[in-house]
Design a protein around this ligand. Structure first.
Ligand SMILES: C[S@@+](CC[C@H](N)C(=O)[O-])C[C@H]1O[C@@H](n2cnc3c(N)ncnc32)[C@H](O)[C@@H]1O
Length: 284
């Protein structure tokens, strides 16, 4: 990950959400308010120009993203399923008693900003690499931050999560929490992923949930993004956001157990959901 530049992939996810907003059929899948909040954030942060947003809201943009599905089959619509999945985990977790939400590698995701005023008794924490987090903080400040939304700028490759959270005055260690790692773990080195899951287990109470998306490991041991895996790995490396970590789905249970979590396969999204990632949930 390039230290000095805001994340290109977080920017791409946010633009895709804006484009999905004009694709027929997607409004019933996308969480309410996500499209307008994402547009607002991209503009207010300065991450995107008004003309870029106009392009993202055009039929041309829909066609371009659909055309790129040759490379990552189904990935365009998969972002709508992904956003719906993570938001559902948060809402279900809050219904079951969670009072803290932690979004790791939050990028330009707007879940915290949208849900904080709805759940005023719940604290929302977001962590991202400083270059991205600072830009987002600027946007959120313009949009109006909420007292229960905390944006933290940290490189999780440089600083341990437990140290970041223990030093945060609003974090409560013995509290039921929902942790999200959406489109994050593939960018971390294997030892950092194991450590992250272990540290998360250390920081939350029993009954907490950890929802994450991941790439499956292919037969050749590399992250599997389908037929064009080699090209995708090269492209990710070229933009300075290489994919490092993936896992064989059948090894997920033992990986989670070793890191202090219990796999909940019944909450996983069914395998017919399009795209190259799979979406899993664990509990403590
Ligand atoms: C693909 S983006 C996903 C953004 C967001 N979760 C979403 O799905 O909309 C990956 C995010 O992880 C963040 N990230 C990657 N490595 C990180 C690290 N070492 N520490 C903190 N954040 C990191 C990037 O800055 C980026 O915002």
């Amino acid at each position: 990950m390039r230290k000095d530049k805001p994340s290109r992939t977080a920017y791409k996810v946010a633009l895709v959400i804006v484009t999905l907003g004009i694709k027929p059929g997607m409004d019933s899948l996308l969480p309410p308010g996500i499209v307008s909040a994402t547009k607002q954030l991209l503009l207010a942060s300065g991450a995107a120009w008004p003309r870029t947003i106009r392009w993202a809201e055009s039929k041309v943009a829909v066609s371009v993203y659909e055309a790129f599905d040759w490379m990552l089959p189904g990935q365009f619509e998969a972002f709508a399923h992904r956003k719906a999945f993570f938001e559902r985990q948060v809402r279900d977790g809050i219904s079951s008693g969670a009072s803290q939400i932690l979004v790791l590698g939050a990028g330009y995701d707007t879940l915290g900003w949208r849900l904080a005023p709805e759940f005023t008794e719940v604290n929302f924490f977001e962590i991202d690499h400083p270059a991205t987090a600072r830009l987002k903080a600027k946007g959120i400040a313009t949009m109006g931050n909420h007292d229960n939304l905390f944006l933290i700028a940290e490189d999780l490759g440089q600083r341990r999560l437990v140290d970041v959270l223990k030093n945060h005055t609003s974090w409560r260690v013995n509290t039921q929490t929902v942790i999200l790692a959406e489109g994050l773990v593939m960018y971390l080195l294997p030892e950092a992923v194991s450590s992250l899951f272990c540290q998360c287990a250390e920081m939350v109470n029993d009954g907490s949930r950890f929802a994450f998306s991941s790439l499956a490991t292919g037969a050749d041991g590399r992250p599997d993004a389908g037929r064009w895996t080699g090209l995708m790995l090269w492209l990710q490396k070229t933009i300075g956001e290489s994919w490092h970590w993936s896992i064989r789905p059948e090894e997920l249970g033992s990986f989670l157990k070793k890191t202090g979590w219990q796999y909940l396969p019944e909450l996983q999204l069914p395998s017919n959901i399009p795209g190259v990632e799979f979406y899993a949930v664990a509990t403590k």
